[in-house]
Design a protein around this ligand. Sequence first.
Ligand code: GTP
Ligand code: SPV
Ligand code: MN
Length: 624
Amino acid sequence: MSIATQVHRKTRADLPATGTAPTHPRLVAWLDEVVDLCQPDAIHYCDGSDEEYEQLVTVLEEAGTVVRLNDEKLPNSIYARTDPDDVARVEDQTFICSEDERNAGPTNNWMAPAEMKRVMTKLYDGCMKGRTMYVIPFCMGHIDAKDPKFGVEVSDSAYVALSMRIMTRMGVEPLKAMTDTDADFVPCLHSVGMPLEEGERDVAWPCSETKYIVHFPDERMIWSYGSGYGGNSLLGKKCYSLRIASVMARDEGWMAEHMLILRLISPEGRKYHIVAAFPSACGKTNLAMLEPTIPGWKVETLGDDIAWLRFGDDGRLYATNPETGFFGVAPGTSYETNPNAMRTIAKGNSIFTNVGLTRDGDVWWEGMTKDKPEDILDWKGRPWSGSTGPQGGRKDEKAAHPNSRFCTPIEQCPILADDYHNPQGVPIDAIVFGGRRENTIPLVTQSRNWKHGVFMGATCSSETTAAAKGAVGVLRRDPMAMLPFIGYHVADYCQHWINIGKKADEAKLPKVFYVNWFRRDDDGRFMWPGFGENSRVLKWIAERVDGRAEAVETPIGFIPAAGSLDVEGLDLPEEDLRAVVSYSPQEWHDEVPRIGRWFDTFGWRLPRELVDELRNLEVAVGRA
Ligand code: GTP
Ligand code: SPV
Ligand code: MN
């Protein structure tokens, strides 16, 4: 830092400010440090009000970042296009900076915290010049929870402030609760990394080629730089509620998981609570809001992305959703596939990012309607038609980016369960793991017990999707769908799952299942129709929880006995059904060594229990 810049360094007192400055002593001290480092031109303390929402939309509109959508179609909603290079989570640039490298483990990027702070302090130095710094107090989960989890995000993006208002409890209420109790909070620093020189014109979506998404688990602190996109910038979401929270959960005896939460209600009115962990863009939002195709059964939604699991006084595991919104994949969402998501969005108050924009201010994406529209604008802003693709582009280029998203308040979901508002959450009957596998993994398998269920989760695998930057369709292991989100060593994380099982009676623990909606036939077509038809699998799971449905034991666990899966009215040839539910000895003969190689990467911390489960499987498939 030169002497000249030191002399002119602004303090917080120098800045024009709007909103009410906080009084929480540690927050005040941290804000002073951030201003000193980032040197914004102005500061806004967010209160989360409707008036503020309106003001920030105007700010973004004037900057060209968003446009307001047609109020008659999507009231109070906005549309944003990102930089074409800032469209997904950047896993390569995501770091777990634990003091001890061994605590980050083989699945995370690591740098020594001091070293990372040196690198990032240089980047942050003056990074908010020409911009307003937004101070965003929030709480993940209920403010009146036993142990509320507060955070404060400081960001130079109004888009982030607006999105955080949908996705979290944000503004005066969490700030007051935090201040009244002098509670700790997770400091979350975010900058798009594009300072403006005096008189320099801004771009519509400021960001930087240099990106870092960094977690300091020992300090419970998050630093993010260079990206304005979802999981990189809405720091309450993956950064806090999974990466930092998984470390808190390990230390405090609970679990932070990449899971949806749903309530399934039988025709007799029996309620089952199910959580399901699928990797990014593998069907959580869709399953969470499913409309059953089997008569008499109902689903209610509690969450679509993140679940926090804690023991209740009765020794059962309870799930809560720390979020207040859906940040859902747009493409493929329609009144056919996910009508409840469409109804949620239709109430407005939503932010759409990187989808298509119609001439009359509505949104469109691939799969929304059977017929593709003509003459709309694509996610890059080019005129686009279903018959020709974008002007100047290729015919097969999509109107919406495959990872384009809607951000919408959960309370607008027409099938939201009443217990969403209950800080205790709901008692879990079943945990479901899943992934995108074109072969090997049957439609549904039940584990023999908790330990075997942990083995299933630990060996989950899935083909990569557009939710993260990088190649799509590449098979990788994704333990509990948490590969990019575990804030510590993967082996210790699996051990934590095993230890949770030791804390409870096996009878009180949720039953564990593994599903795969994505098995394909020789022509590459999905064999299982999916979406609403997945209710047939949920019904089988519920009946297994009650010890009713019949199953066949195989080397990989229990699969539905012939006739036990309700397929009444399902339009699926008998041989396809058999193929999709079957256990294939040949495919598992090939799979087992792949699991062995995966476990080899864990090193000596690999839990004994998982070694035992692998041995059993090797023997059962004739690989021992
Ligand atoms: P994240 O928000 O990234 O964590 O993803 P998610 O797990 O919530 O995924 P989501 O439900 O948004 O689904 C992603 C994609 O998978 C969408 O394009 C869906 O249309 C598609 N999909 C969801 N369920 C099914 C299914 O049962 N069968 C098939 N074939 N596709 C599905
Ligand atoms: C995911 O990638 O799993 C998401 C979207 O849910 S993001 O918030 O960007 O992480
Ligand atoms: Mn997710």
